[in-house]
Design a protein around this ligand. Structure first.
Ligand code: S0N
Length: 274
């Protein structure tokens, strides 16, 4: 039987839920009527919640999911798709889910996709960019872009190919087929598959297991894995984290103190590790 948990609301939004339980920040796309398709409001709200997760010292792991038992996310809401992007309340067309993808990728904490149904189109790309994917046995995966007049040639293709291989990635995009949770597991697209009623329990278990490990170690591993794929932007992220670690050393402090004390720095006393 599934465990009942008391999730506490972190912030109220229109189209997402954002709550907290024992070190986990959970973001739920809350548009089940539209299979959790995202509008510009949804993506702006997810981006805001992710920025809060980035800063919040009590959040160790982020979970992204969809409301209900039908869909994780069915991609961009076709009702508001206009020329140049998805049109929000300000009348401006945007492709803002790209910002959400980048925020997930540069989040210095693990992000788990808790896939509770359809992960389709831009919704599938969201689960692809998450660090870990835990799927329920009713989850269905696939891209629809070439059928509905869109595509994601960024992370949605290149990173997908790193996960499932070039041939399979081309099949997924060129044929727009749907794949079962078991097929997704077999091609390495998700980490595990569990019965729907165990999805939250399993996700919380994985999150808590990761939380027992060094946050800095997880952060550096994530940035290293990203850097290998993300070119200059990935190196910039990894280098930024290396600088953070360097600033924590006495050697770096010596440089700052010497400057402020108007003397020559003495770096010789610090070890040169082999
Ligand atoms: C998810 C599907 C397979 C579910 O099928 P099912 O269970 O048979 O339900 P339906 O009856 O089809 O749906 C129930 C109701 O929900 C509405 N609905 C579902 N999906 C959407 C959607 N994406 N937008 C708007 N409404 C949706 C249905 O219309 C239905 O409503 P009613 O009851 O009124 O009939 C199935 O629903 C499906 O195939 N959905 C469409 C999936 C899709 O094509 N998504 C869009 C794919 N494209 C993108 O996501 C854009 C890519 C992208 O985001 C991007 C990429 C790179 C750069 C930028 C962007 C960007 O655009 O931001």
């Amino acid at each position: 039987m599934a465990t009942e948990r008391k999730w506490e609301t972190i912030k109220e939004y229109e189209e997402i839920l954002f709550d907290y339980f024992e070190g986990i920040g959970r973001i739920t796309i809350n548009r089940p009527r539209y299979r959790n398709a995202f509008t510009p409001t949804t993506t702006m709200e997810i981006a805001d919640a992710l920025r809060i997760c980035h800063e919040d010292q009590d959040i160790y792991v982020i979970v992204l999911t969809g409301a209900g038992d039908k869909a994780f996310c069915s991609g961009g809401d076709q009702n508001v798709k206009g020329k140049g992007g998805y049109i929000g309340k300000d009348g401006v067309p945007r492709l803002q889910v790209l910002e959400v993808q980048k925020l997930i990728r540069s989040m210095p904490k693990p992000v788990i996709a808790m896939v509770n149904g359809y992960a389709i189109g831009g919704g599938h790309v969201l689960q692809v960019v998450c660090d870990i994917s835990i799927a329920s046995d009713n989850a269905i995966f696939g891209q629809t872009g070439p059928r509905v007049g869109s595509f994601d040639a960024g992370f949605g293709s290149s990173y997908l190919a790193r996960i499932v291989g070039q041939k399979k990635a081309r099949e997924i995009w060129f044929l727009c087929r749907q794949y079962s949770a078991q097929e997704a597991l077999d091609m390495g697209l998700v980490n595990t598959v569990v019965p729907f009623d165990q999805l939250e329990d399993e996700t919380v278990k994985w999150a808590h297991e990761m939380m027992q490990h060094s946050p800095m170690a997880l952060r550096m591993i994530k940035m290293g894995l990203n850097a290998e794929l993300d070119g200059q932007a990935g190196i910039q992220e990894l280098a930024g984290n290396a600088t953070l670690l360097y600033y924590l050393t006495d050697e770096a402090q010596e440089g700052k103190h010497a400057f402020l004390e108007k003397r020559k720095p003495d770096f010789k006393k610090y070890p040169k590790f082999p």
